[in-house]
Design a binder for this molecule. Structure first.
Ligand code: NAD
Ligand code: UFG
Length: 335
């Protein structure tokens, strides 16, 4: 059995990965500063995973906390989810993003090196690509982030590839997520955005719950089939399966793994709203507003490399994404 450290393991994606790793027989430690998460997720992870987790409330920039943890715990691999992820906030506070996401990763890697731990899976993002180019995006498509959040992911990718080049005994995976949505099918864990959500699916759920009167569609004059933005939404359960597959790959293969994790299918805003309404039987009123600054018309992945290298392919469709997102959101509503 392997022991995996999950930085940011109390967050949206990390909590789903934690439950999946426990279920797959791994033992895990979650390290999180609870900046964007809460302790209340721990019992749910333990119930879903069927086993206890080691739980450390600390910051990845805290060198001595990392050294203590890595000296005490026989960690075999690290999945590094911890990070700030709000694009607008990154534009307003770039230093906060470079400090947390870039310096934080440097501190983590230095502590791993001191402890002799060399297997690292990093949460990267489709936002590292130049999103103005032809779709679908392949791993060799041109890179070119357009905001500090994206640059922080780009810089960490570069740092990790340089680290591998300097010492090929490191085992590195850079996983570029497209648009993760949905929740654990049990409805016990899910995404808990702070305040009014920016992203589409949490926003749809807030409208369906009656907390917001309507969904503002950010533009319907894009050159897409219905004029609204197209994205590659993938179920968070598929996303975490991609991490398990990457972890298995790294135990036998040396070269750094750079992979898109997406379905390869684009869905428009109006298509997602319609699927949500059909699956949940809730009405989601929409109003068309102006384009959101910085948005692209369309973005979707070519996930072929993940299929070839780690035998991973998304299985859940948009109906399952909507059903599980709503199961979580409506359960939260009733407590
Ligand atoms: P999240 O905010 O729910 O989870 C991140 C977790 O990291 C939170 O629990 C937060 O408290 C913790 N954290 C942040 N800074 C920390 C620090 N300095 N020390 C310790 N803990 C810290 O976000 P998520 O959606 O689960 O995203 C996980 C990772 O995936 C992030 O790195 C994010 O950038 C990346 N990602 C997310 C998406 C998405 O749409 N959700 C898309 C692409 C990439
Ligand atoms: N949208 C609406 N109304 C809303 C929210 C979103 O119409 O209330 C539309 C957007 O305009 C876009 C689509 O829904 O067309 C998806 O928007 P999201 O905010 O859910 O996702 P984005 O693809 O814009 O952003 C995501 C991540 C970012 C990351 C970016 C690029 O949230 O962190 O992908 O990878 F930078």
């Amino acid at each position: 059995m392997q022991h995996v450290l999950l930085t940011g393991g109390a967050g949206y994606i990390g909590s789903h990965a934690a439950a999946a790793l426990l279920q797959a027989g791994y033992s895990i430690t979650i390290l999180d500063n609870l900046h964007n998460s809460s302790r209340s997720v721990r019992p749910a992870i333990e119930a879903l995973g069927g086993r206890p987790v080691d739980w450390i409330e600390a910051d990845i920039r805290d060198e001595s906390a990392l050294d203590r943890l890595l000296a005490q715990t026989p960690v075999d691999a690290v999945i590094h989810f911890a990070g700030l992820k709000a694009v607008g906030e990154s534009v307003a506070h770039p230093l906060r993003y470079y400090d947390n996401n870039v310096s934080g990763t440097l501190t983590l890697c230095q502590a791993m090196a001191r402890a002799g731990i060399q297997t690292l899976i990093f949460s990267s993002s489709a936002t590292v690509y130049d999103l103005g180019q032809k779709m679908p995006l392949r791993e060799e498509s041109a890179l070119g982030p357009s905001h500090p959040y994206g640059w922080s992911k780009f810089m960490v990718e570069q740092i990790l590839l340089d680290l591998y080049r300097s010492d090929p005994t490191w085992r590195i995976a850079l996983l570029r997520y497209f648009n993760p949505v949905g929740a654990h099918p049990s409805g016990r864990i899910g995404e808990r955005p702070n305040g009014i959500p920016n992203n589409l699916m949490p926003h749809i759920c807030e409208v369906a719950r009656g907390r917001l009167p309507y969904l503002t569609v950010h533009g319907n004059d894009y050159p897409t089939r219905d004029g609204t933005g197209i994205r590659d939404y993938l179920h968070v359960m598929d996303l975490v399966e991609g991490h398990l597959a990457a972890l298995r790959y790294l135990t036998t293969s040396a070269a750094p793994l750079v992979l898109n994790l997406g379905t390869g299918q684009g869905t428009s805003v109006l298509e997602m709203v319609n699927v949500f309404s059909e699956v949940t039987n809730r009405s989601v009123p929409v109003r068309v507003g102006p384009r959101r600054p910085g948005d692209q018309a369309a973005c979707w992945a070519d996930p072929g490399r993940a299929r070839t290298l780690i035998n991973w392919q998304a299985r859940y469709d948009t109906a399952a994404m909507c059903r599980d997102a709503w199961c979580w959101a409506s359960r939260e509503e009733t407590g």
